[in-house]
Design a protein around this ligand. Sequence first.
Ligand SMILES: Cc1cc2nc3c(=O)[nH]c(=O)nc-3n(C[C@H](O)[C@H](O)[C@H](O)COP(=O)(O)OP(=O)(O)OC[C@H]3O[C@@H](n4cnc5c(N)ncnc54)[C@H](O)[C@@H]3O)c2cc1C
Length: 476
Amino acid sequence: MGSDTKIKILGAGPAGIAAAYALNKAGPHPAGVEVLDAAPRLGGNSTSFQIEGIWCDYGSHRFHPVADPHVLADVKALLGDDLLLQPRHGRIRLGGKWIHFPLKITDAVLRLPKPFAASLIADTAFKKFRKKSSGAATFSSVLYDGLGPTIAENFYFPYVKKLWGLDPDELAVTLAERRVSGSSVGKILAKMVRMLPGLRSPTTGRFYYPKKGFGQISETMARAAEANGATFTLNAPITRIERDGDRVVAVWTNGANGEERMDSQMVLSTIPITSLVRAMSPEAPSEVLAAADAIRYRGMILIYLVLETDQFTEYDAHYFPELSTPISRMSEPKNYNSATTPKGTTLLCAELPCDPGERWWDMSDAELGQEFCRWLGDLGLPVTMPVKGCETRRLRHAYPVYDLKYQENFDVMDRWVSGLEGLLNFGRQGLFAHDNTHHAYAMAYGAVDCLTEDLSIDRDAWTARRAEFAKHVVED
Ligand SMILES: Cc1cc2nc3c(=O)[nH]c(=O)nc-3n(C[C@H](O)[C@H](O)[C@H](O)COP(=O)(O)OP(=O)(O)OC[C@H]3O[C@@H](n4cnc5c(N)ncnc54)[C@H](O)[C@@H]3O)c2cc1C
């Protein structure tokens, strides 16, 4: 390991990789940069791997054209012709019907279940007269007031219950602000109008996707950082972050060579903020550790079903908001990069929100494969071709859980961590932000911009950046 490197980056997901890339963009950084990750591969939750010769991701991943222009320009330059601009072609299962997603006006008019459409029109017509919720705003009150009972109760409420395992009135308002880009029927209609031919921009209803899976973006960025001097050490879990008073001075890993201590002058951490505070040595104050115990990330199982057929459906993703289906989404990876090979084989990837301890978590691959086939049958998508196999992957930190107390708990950890010298904390897991990959890249660029030549942090500049990050809106 490059123990003489002064900058240690914790986590080789998109945020850690983008930080290494930005630090070395103009040539090798004089302080030396080493990225450490517990996992055996780069890319964090945005990595890709092959099953039966098909590139697949940890669930549906798209690179959204709304990315910050600097980030997008870098991604385009790094990937070149390997970055495809693909049309979105998904569908939502609602009331026993399929509705195209992104929503199209014709589809919404012709295909929405009639009672649903009638209630939706009534909600919109009588919005002005609807009694607004009183008391402190929650996810549930904001959606109810903005969208009306029909969409809120039939679509969003069951969907969030499935994703987060909590009732909508147990979720904080932040989730509505970050997650729901169409927060009123007017905004949803405006989005549909922008999809009409003649009104849409070249990227409306489209997404970027690399030829070799979503992870090719981070992989390529990591190789570029490496070419300019950054080192990446995998299978190196961070076990301890050593501090001398309020200054972080070293990180400890437990890798192939056993426990190892590495001096640091600046640690850029993108690992979960809970793991960060728990790893502190000497220990973080008790209230900080209590806050880490009280805040929660939601887990997810990805079930990959290998089928003996060229293509299962023409759609990239199927969304299942209703609670009758345990999975939240299903994707067909070959449809993301329009792969035509391998012939005679396709994959389906189901996203099953689930925490360790829940009954699905300990099921075998074969059992989960059987369940997946049963759910598909119930949805009118029977698996009629031979099943060649089933594999699963488990994510412990898929989504931050925005319960009603999360902000308080996060603030306790954040205030303490922000008071430490020689440490800067960011990324989706670090800032407990339900953000996209392009946001993780933007955070990393922002962090590097706030690092001074003598490797300290321009705190005022960082505070301003944090205020920008708080405005990120998640794209689906
Ligand atoms: C189901 C799903 C679908 C998604 N779809 C999209 C999409 O379509 N488009 C999009 O832009 N984004 C999508 N995202 C979000 C995207 O995956 C994240 O925004 C992105 O991966 C965040 O990058 P990060 O580096 O901040 O965190 P992560 O990717 O989580 O990386 C953190 C890294 O830290 C490492 N780590 C953790 N603890 C330790 C430790 N103790 N020691 C050493 N290393 C450690 C982990 O191994 C990991 O590599 C999706 C996420 C999920 C779960």
